[in-house]
Structures are given as structure tokens and as C-alpha cells.
Design a protein around this ligand. Structure first.
Ligand code: C5P
Length: 228
């Protein structure tokens, strides 16, 4: 195991703010690995749903026990969350998991478990980590912290365009905006902007522009003496 100090870029923000895709792209540009902390909360929720036990009977003990079925596997440019030894991307992004994940993520023992997995991933790799509290609870000493925000309507529009592969109607966007605002409320306590984070409002930026700005900031901090 390497003892070299690793570089951590922490990208936080609310649901559908583009954290994961932006983080993945930034990681590829810098030759880092991307860690999506939300994928761990989602994978654990999928494992709990697979037990068939009703969600109102999930206890903190059962949540932590099911954590043994989840692993983070390093690939070329990112870590993949495995459930029972296999990737489960479609399942963990599905509506059943999305509906119950905030309930799981609210449990302190689960948060401690996810945070430990994410820190382990950063021991051997330079990483771009994304989530809600990476720059505060998990990596308070990250080299660079970004907090991404965007107008809820714009977040809904982007999410639907990606999901449907076409231009969404205004009614569709309005419905998705409601869901996003509800999830923001459910996740409010765990979504924390670090005092030293750079706030980036992406409402009027393209994804390529967001990536350029973060890569430029990462290069600037890496040239600052004393910063690893
Ligand atoms: O980022 P994503 O929307 O995939 O995250 C799924 C859920 O995991 C969020 O709605 C939130 O409840 C939880 N989460 C969290 N803290 C993180 C990352 C995700 O509470 N660092």
C-alpha cells in the first residue's frame, strides 16, 4: 500500500446538479479515478431491497450488516459499486432505489460505513469524489473542493434529456422539478457546502465549460507550493 499523499478533489452538490458526470470527466482529464459516494448509498439500498424485507423494518443494524455485500472495484477511470459481487448500475439508478435511498443515507452508522469505503478508495489513488458532504465530513483537507448548484428547472431538464434521449416537454420538466425539489428537502441535512469550497453555479454553463473550470482550478492548486 502506498504511503504517498494522494490528491483528492471533492465535488458536492444537490441531486441532479451534474456532479457524477462532471466528476467522471474531470477524473479522466486529470488521470484520476472517480468515486461516486452516492453509488454506495444506492448499492446498499439495492441490497436491502433484494432481501424482500419491507423498508419500514430496516434497522441501522441490518443496514450495516448488508454492507458486507457491497464492494467498490477500481476500473480504469472510476470505481464501480458491486452488489453481491456484480455491477448493478441499472438497478441502483432505478426508481425503487431512488425512492428509499435518502432513508438509508440518513442513518449515522451507514454514513460512517460509506465514508470509510470512500477514504479507503483514496488511499491508493488520486481521486475525484462526489457526493453531498465529501468536502466536509470525509475529506476536510481535500486539495480542491467544489460545490455545484443549478436551478431546479434546469437540473430537471438535463436529467430528463439524458433519460429520454429527446427534448422533454414543459409538463414533463415541471413534474421532474417537483421530484428534485422533494429530494433536495429529504437530503438537506446531509448536503453541506464546505466554507472553503468554490461555488459553481452551472445553470448557464455547458458540461464542457464546467469541466474546464474545475480542471483549471485543479491545475492551479496543484501548482501552489505545499499543496499536494
Ligand atoms: O448522488 P446521488 O443522487 O446518486 O445520491 C443518492 C442518494 O445518496 C442521495 O439522494 C442522498 O440521499 C445520498 N447521498 C448522501 N451523501 C452523499 C452521497 C449521496 O447522503 N455523499
Amino acid at each position: 500500500m502506498s504511503t504517498l499523499p494522494r490528491t483528492v478533489i471533492a465535488i458536492d452538490g444537490p441531486a441532479a446538479s451534474g456532479k457524477s458526470s462532471t466528476s467522471q470527466w474531470v477524473a479522466e482529464r486529470l488521470g484520476f479515478l472517480h468515486v461516486d459516494s452516492g453509488s454506495l448509498y444506492r448499492a446498499l439500498t439495492a441490497a436491502l431491497l433484494r432481501t424482500g424485507r419491507p423498508p419500514d423494518r430496516w434497522t441501522s443494524g441490518s443496514m450495516v450488516a448488508e454492507g458486507a455485500r457491497i464492494a467498490l472495484r477500481p476500473e480504469q477511470t472510476s470505481f464501480t459499486a458491486l452488489v453481491d459481487g456484480r455491477p448493478a448500475e441499472e438497478e441502483i439508478r432505478g426508481s425503487a432505489v431512488t425512492e428509499h435511498v435518502s432513508q438509508v443515507a440518513r442513518v449515522p452508522e451507514v454514513r460512517a460505513w460509506v465514508n470509510a469505503r470512500v477514504r479507503e478508495a483514496a488511499v491508493e489513488h488520486d481521486v475525484v469524489v462526489d457526493g453531498r458532504d465529501m468536502g466536509t465530513a470525509v475529506f476536510p483537507d481535500a486539495s480542491l473542493k467544489i460545490f455545484l448548484v443549478a436551478d431546479p428547472w434546469e437540473r430537471a431538464r438535463r436529467r430528463l434529456t439524458q433519460r429520454l434521449g429527446r427534448r422533454p416537454t414543459d409538463d414533463e420538466i415541471a413534474g421532474e422539478t417537483d421530484l428534485i425539489v422533494q429530494r433536495d428537502a429529504k437530503d438537506a441535512t446531509q448536503t453541506v457546502q464546505a466554507k472553503d469550497a468554490v461555488l459553481l453555479d452551472t445553470t448557464y454553463l455547458t458540461q464542457a465549460e464546467q469541466v474546464e473550470r474545475i480542471v483549471a482550478l485543479a491545475r492551479a492548486v496543484s501548482h501552489r507550493p505545499g499543496v499536494t
